[in-house]
Design a binder for this molecule. Structure first.
Ligand SMILES: Nc1ncnc2c1ncn2[C@@H]1O[C@H](COP(=O)(O)OP(=O)(O)OP(=O)(O)O)[C@@H](O)[C@H]1O
Ligand SMILES: [Mg+2]
Length: 479
């Protein structure tokens, strides 16, 4: 990080040459890089050409008031700490200095040891701000669009939508199955917005009992209930100027829904046990993996709240609805976890990739991510094979088997099953571009029986004519 090895820089602004001289000697001895300015104008010039870690500024200057300079510094560069100095003790200007964002206020003549401590503390604060900026940049990168993978048309549409939406303050409703990336998208919206230098906070509305959720969201006053031993700010206020993700909003208790609706409409919250409502400025993003429309029908979700949060709905597709993204997601996670494990990125065998593309992924991207992470940790060679992938991924097509109701008039079972067989074989052939050995593998049957049924069910037109040389045929026939 910048500055840990470098000398910390201090600008002294004072019209008294002896004071400058004294401070310069003192602070250079402490190992700081010191610059000075004898007037407001000179100070503005110095500040305009470079930045400082700390500014020590006199209030009474011949060409103006040091407080004006403080204000300018704070407006231009919130990172530098400023300590104001004055020859006269005036509580009024001290208060004003603090209000304008000064780190501290000292009256001359000051205690040298005390001044050193104050300066040291102020510089620590600057460092902390630097660190926050640095961490925020890292976060922005981590949650930026570059790390949200999706080339499929549906994901591309979502990206362009969030780019447009991010700059507004509109409430966003993210719907999608578990593991589809709702939180990831919520963060991306936050970090692409003007609120990105404020906090992104998130709360799982389903994880807390109602009363706790209320004080979590709106805060409480000390003594509001047993156990409320001190005031609590509440997430709405903590996320002030930033973004609050209300996760699993479909699981919020009905009476809490009323209170939330009120807060969203009024843009005001009242702490538990409090009397006055206070205005809040937060961008709300709600997320759910349930169908809220259905819940409205069932009477468990309020329709008025639904309309309030459904300003910009974004439905995240399940991974199986965007299978064309699976290979690039696999690549992405291989890179990510190889780096984490400190190993060379591995390749994926054609067969494994085919299985990954075919699996229905009930846990969506999260499940795929876990499978890749685990495979990389297990795999000894440099190619991921079926041995490295959990069996349910290889054979578990559970959710593709639809439940079938026997029609009242009955059915012809053989005919019915044959029909299913034909459909699945056709799909397998499609996916393997007509190569029968691969299609057979996808269905877990031998090449011989695949060829037998293909003839029987009239699928020969879908089969690549010159695809299977006799040797493969013979081998398959024996297995
Ligand atoms: N498009 C994507 N590109 C890269 N990684 C993704 C993508 N979508 C999801 N992920 C990753 O998958 C995991 C799950 O994502 P996330 O937590 O955002 O899902 P969610 O929809 O909030 O799930 P849940 O409903 O279970 O809370 C995370 O590790 C996330 O980084
Ligand atoms: Mg989530």
């Amino acid at each position: 990080m910048a500055g840990t090895q470098m000398k910390r820089s201090i600008l002294i602004v004072d019209d008294e040459a002896s004071m400058i001289e004294f401070l310069q000697l003192l602070l250079e001895e402490e190992g700081y890089a010191v610059t000075s300015a004898g007037s407001m104008t000179e100070a503005r010039g110095r500040l305009g050409s470079r930045s400082f870690d700390l500014i020590l500024c006199d209030i009474m200057m011949p060409d103006g008031n040091g407080l004006d300079l403080l204000q300018e510094i704070k407006e231009a560069d919130a990172r530098a700490s400023v300590i104001m100095m004055t020859a006269y003790t005036s509580t009024k200007s001290a208060i004003e200095a603090m209000r304008l964002g000064a780190y501290h206020y000292v009256s001359k003549p000051f205690d040298v040891e005390e001044l050193k401590v104050v300066i040291q503390k102020a510089l620590e604060k600057t460092e902390l701000v630097d660190e926050n900026v640095y961490l925020r940049k890292e976060l922005e990168q981590k949650y930026g669009f570059a790390n949200i993978i999706g080339r499929s048309r549906r994901m591309q549409e979502i990206f362009s939508l969030i780019e447009r939406v991010a700059v507004t303050n509109s409430t966003v409703l993210l719907e999608g199955e578990s593991g589809t990336g709702k939180e990831l998208i919520a963060r991306a919206v936050h970090y692409a917005s003007q609120r990105s230098n404020r906090r992104f906070l998130s709360v799982n509305c389903g994880a807390l009992p109602e009363t706790l959720l209320e004080s979590e969201l709106f805060g409480h006053e000390r003594g509001a209930f047993t156990g409320a031993v001190r005031d609590k700010k509440g997430l709405f206020r903590e996320a002030s100027g930033g973004t609050l993700l209300l996760d699993e909003i479909g699981e919020m208790a009905p009476s809490m829904q009323v209170k939330l609706l009120r807060a969203l409409q009024e843009k005001k919250v009242r702490r538990v046990g409090g009397h006055k409502e206070e205005p809040v400025d937060v961008r709300i993003i709600a997320a759910t993996n349930q169908n809220l429309q259905e819940q409205i029908q069932l009477g468990t979700f309020r329709e008025d709240l639904y309309y309030r949060i459904n300003v910009i709905p974004i439905r995240l597709p399940a991974l199986r609805e965007r299978r064309d993204d699976i290979p690039i997601l696999v690549d992405h996670f291989i890179k990510k976890y190889s780096e984490e494990l400190g190993i060379e990125p591995k390749r994926v065998s054609v067969n494994v990739m085919r299985q990954l593309e075919a699996y229905p992924w009930p846990g969506n991207v999260r499940e795929l991510e876990n499978v890749i992470e685990r495979a990389l940790a297990l795999c000894a060679g440099d190619v991921l094979t079926t041995d490295d992938v959990p069996t349910q991924v290889l054979y578990g097509r559970s959710d593709r088997v639809t439940t079938i109701d026997l029609p009242a008039e009955g059915l012809d079972l053989e005919d019915y099953l044959e029909n299913i067989r034909r459909q699945l074989m056709r799909e397998a052939l499609d996916r393997s571009r007509g190569v029968q050995t691969q299609a057979a593998e996808l269905l877990g049957i031998s090449f011989r029986s695949f060829r037998y049924y293909a003839k029987k069910l009239g699928l020969t037109g879908d089969v690549q004519s010159e695809d299977e040389p006799e040797t493969v045929d013979a081998r398959a026939a024996h297995s």
